[in-house]
Design a protein around this ligand. Structure first.
Ligand code: ADP
Length: 317
């Protein structure tokens, strides 16, 4: 049984073969496995922490491609579900000149939205130590109830719970629906990783410290807001601080946040049942910055996720 279980969407990213263009201008697209929670599962396995992925894909060749991607990366797929009622979701992605990503999702509905509460295997969750989930499956039913049921089971069984509220506005009916839907997952988490923009969106303020404190809750032990190349800011119940990023030649930042999260969970795993000392947090966050930076130096998400030795090399160098 895996030590860590991630739960949420897994889908196909069709990524523009040319960077610096809009989806209108993109000439062709390259097929890649995507979905943040799945990336985190692979990131953990690559670091040497056993992981499994929980969610639903289409009973089609794209779904089989995703299963093979997980399996070939040593991620447990015994709780990856397949459905014939919807296809594997497709996301067409381009990186605009300013670094902004454009997305169009094809899902009417997509298979991950059909993950149902009675399909959540609580014994599987109970056997793990870490549970990580994302917000995309919170935006539709029945996957919203399934994701929450899984998070509640993780909480009842004392797992360390991590949440990445990935903001994809065009998957929600309005910004308000996105804010409310994302916040449904918030109170369950012991660890939350957001981008600076996501924290601003959720708190309604550009002041990160104020926003973090406003959204603080009693289960939360660590909140990290990432800032791309410049690193990240961490918040604990008592403290906060900034840890600078590593200077690298970035070619594609896709998956950097997922690598960051996997690395952070890897580092915090052994201390999860103790108070998280600030020294440990600073060390873990620096380690996670290195993982994110390495991922930014290579194309794609899953192929770019680093090994432990590569992170150690960057930290020492
Ligand atoms: P997300 O992928 O969720 O948008 P970020 O882009 O903020 O998240 O990246 C997550 C982390 O990865 C950052 O906090 C940083 O440590 C690292 N990272 C991302 N982009 C770069 C970059 N261009 N150079 C160095 N480190 C980076």
């Amino acid at each position: 049984m895996p030590v860590a279980i991630t739960c949420g969407e897994m889908l196909i990213d069709f990524v523009s073969t040319v960077a610096g263009v809009t989806l209108i201008e993109a000439p062709a697209f390259h097929k890649a496995a995507g979905g943040a929670p799945a990336n985190v599962a692979v990131g953990l396995a690559r670091l040497g922490l056993s992981s499994g992925f929980m969610g639903k894909v289409g009973g089609d060749d794209f779904g089989e491609f995703l299963r093979e991607t997980l399996a070939s990366n040593a991620v447990d797929t015994t709780h990856l579900l397949f459905t014939k009622e919807a296809r594997t979701t497709l996301a067409f992605v381009s990186l605009r000149a300013g670094g902004e990503r454009d997305f169009i999702f094809y899902r009417n509905p997509g298979a991950e939205m059909l993950f149902a509460p009675d399909e959540v295997n609580e014994d599987y969750i109970a056997s793990a130590e870490i549970f990580h989930f994302g917000s995309i499956t919170l935006g539709a039913q029945p996957s919203r109830d399934a994701t929450l049921r899984a998070a509640q089971a993780a909480s009842a069984h004392g797992l360390f719970i991590s949440y990445d509220p990935n903001l994809r506005l065009n998957l929600w009916s309005s910004p308000q629906a996105a804010r409310e839907g994302i916040m449904v997952g918030w109170p369950h988490a012991n660890l939350i990783k957001v981008s600076r923009e996501e924290l601003e969106f959720l708190s309604g303020s550009a002041d990160l410290e104020w926003g973090a404190r406003r959204l603080w809750h009693s289960n939360l032990r660590l909140l990290v807001a990432t800032h791309g190349a410049s690193g990240c800011t961490y918040f604990t119940p008592e403290a906060s601080g900034h840890i600078p990023g590593f200077a690298v030649e970035a070619v594609d930042t896709t998956g950097a946040g997922d690598a960051f999260l996997a690395a952070l969970l890897f580092k915090l795993h052994s201390a999860r049942n103790t108070p998280l000392a600030e020294g440990l947090i600073r060390e873990a966050v620096r380690f996670a910055n290195a993982a994110g930076a390495l991922t930014a130096t290579r194309r794609g998400a899953i192929p770019a996720l680093p090994r432990l030795s590569e992170i150690e090399e960057l930290l020492e160098g």
